[in-house]
Design a protein around this ligand. Structure first.
Ligand code: MN
Ligand code: MN
Length: 418
């Protein structure tokens, strides 16, 4: 084949391909199916195309209907913003277990890593500390925490389901499951690289300090330390602890009590906003003053409800799904838009300022936490922004009757319907 004839053939093929694409994409570039080139099953003429005859795990694939068959408004690709504790490996020891999702598993999750931990009755997460702050939510049972601040003022508290704790960076602490059912909780570190399997442990430090230094530091003979563990404990089984009041008396410090509470109850707070569609409780340094690096929102969406189109101007959002079934679409420049499905124990992630909405697609309440590495919760509501923009400007952008734009809410709905 000559160079010229090959070029002619390529041109002919390209033209033919373009004609075929136009033929099967008659619905594209229209309302509800805007993409160029057209994307989504709506554009496929022959249903055989949509089959998935290759290898697959149907049980797993069926968990992700929006990945299997994205809406026609989805376009291009996006860094995966779905992860889960459900497929995270458990590290189990006598007394409890933990599993984690760090940036090593969830590349997009730069600001935050998450740890899901269970401590049976009496089970102890050993005395330790780390460079990152630790925020936690109790999801079952009861737990005892101990901590001391940088001015030598200790605290011990018991927390139950729906309560939070926050340990500022570097402050040492312990956790212990209480009877009768122990505790389950999820921790958030304010750094995507942080790992629960890599913390500064009391037992490691003592074992790796020369015995004569231990003797001098604690003003005891070297023989006092001869039974210290050589290996760390991390999680271990202990008897249940004495009553709280007794322990609080035992740990009293000459420097007094800490300035701020390390714990917070979401159960006792009124919703920051409640609508017919659900409610939002915002917990940040304004009502939980010690929590300087983590802001949170506990969102409940009733069946059929919608967490409105919005974004967060100040931080990435790490989501932890607690109950129900959700679908979220994330929007980025490009344009790019991608939809994903979430169930309890799953995690979502939305980069700072990327647009998103969350829909309850189940028939029970959807409950999830929005976590931000920030001092304060902040959000831009699409509808409220447009309601507070000159109406003729909005009308020009959306090609809509200004009378309809005048109906946009000047108050943030948060969860719809209002
Ligand atoms: Mn910790
Ligand atoms: Mn959000």
């Amino acid at each position: 084949m000559t160079e010229m004839s090959r070029r002619n053939l390529l041109t002919a093929t390209a033209v033919g391909g373009a004609v075929a694409a136009v033929g099967t994409a008659a619905n594209a570039a229209v309302f509800g199916n805007p993409d160029r080139p057209p994307q989504g099953a709506i554009n496929v003429a022959n249903p055989v195309t949509l089959k998935n005859p290759g290898p697959q795990n149907a049980a797993l694939a069926d968990e992700f209907p929006s990945f299997q068959n994205p809406p026609a408004t989805d376009v291009d690709g996006m860094d995966l913003f779905w992860a889960s504790f459900n497929n995270a490996h458990k590290r189990i020891q006598n007394g409890g277990w933990a599993r984690e999702v760090t940036q090593a598993d969830f590349a997009i999750s730069e600001a935050v890593s998450g740890v899901n931990m269970r401590l049976g009755p009496g089970g102890v997460r050993e005395l330790h500390w780390h460079q990152q702050a630790e925020w936690a939510v109790m999801t079952d049972g009861k737990c005892r925490i101990t901590v001391i601040d940088g001015d030598g003022r200790p605290a011990v508290r018991d927390v139950k389901e729906g309560e939070l704790w926050y340990f500022p960076p570097g402050l040492p602490h312990s956790l212990q499951g209480l009877g009768p059912s122990g505790a389950e909780f999820t921790l958030v570190f304010d750094n995507g690289h942080s790992s629960e399997f890599n913390t500064l442990l009391l037992t490691d430090w003592i074992a790796h300090t020369p015995p004569e230094i231990l003797a001098e530091n604690f003003n005891l003979p070297v023989s006092a330390f001869k039974n210290i563990p050589v290996d760390n404990l991390w999680i271990y089984q202990a008897p249940e602890p004495p009553p709280l009041a007794q322990v609080q008396r035992a740990i009293a410090s000459p420097y007094g009590e800490p300035e701020f509470e390390f714990t917070f109850s979401m159960n006792d707070m009124k919703p920051t906003r409640a609508t017919r569609g659900g409610e939002v409780k915002v917990i940040d340094s304004r009502n939980f003053p010690i929590s300087k690096t983590i802001a949170a929102a506990l969102v409940t969406i009733k069946p059929g409800g919608l967490r409105e189109l919005h974004w967060h101007p100040n931080a990435d959002e790490w989501q932890y799904y607690l109950k129900g079934r959700a679908r979220m679409t994330v929007f980025n420049t490009g344009p790019r838009a991608q939809t994903a499905d979430f169930r309890p124990g799953d995690l979502g992630y939305v980069k700072k300022s990327f647009g998103h909405y969350v829909q309850n697609v189940g028939n029970t309440d959807l409950v999830f936490l929005e976590i931000f590495k920030a001092e304060r919760f902040a959000e831009v509501s699409l509808i409220q922004w447009l309601a507070c923009t000159p109406p003729e400007l909005v009308s020009q952008h959306l090609n809509m009757d200004p009378a309809l734009i005048a109906q946009f809410s000047k108050a943030r709905p948060d969860v719809l319907p209002v």
